[in-house]
Write a protein that binds this ligand. Sequence first.
Ligand SMILES: [Zn+2]
Length: 99
Amino acid sequence: MGVDIVSWLDWVISEREDAAAKAQESEASVIMRRCVADRMIIDLHGYRAHSCPTYDCDGDLSEHARFYDHEVCPVVQQLANGYGWTAGQTPPIEGDRVT
Ligand SMILES: [Zn+2]
């Protein structure tokens, strides 16, 4: 059984925050800035009814695509892709690490 993409992102970012706590100060601040920014992106786009720019079926940028609160917009999808999301992701097992 897969896990929803926003919950998965929350888990991955939490792992990064835990890693930041163990990193040297300069590296930790870089990691934490990224985590804060990604959480703000998720807060704006994750499972929230909103309009978001996306490409239409012709490949043209459509600035008025509407997403309902149960849908994943391209911003969340691309953020998750950057963290290594794959469709059908299985729930994390204790001890799993995201690299
Ligand atoms: Zn969005």
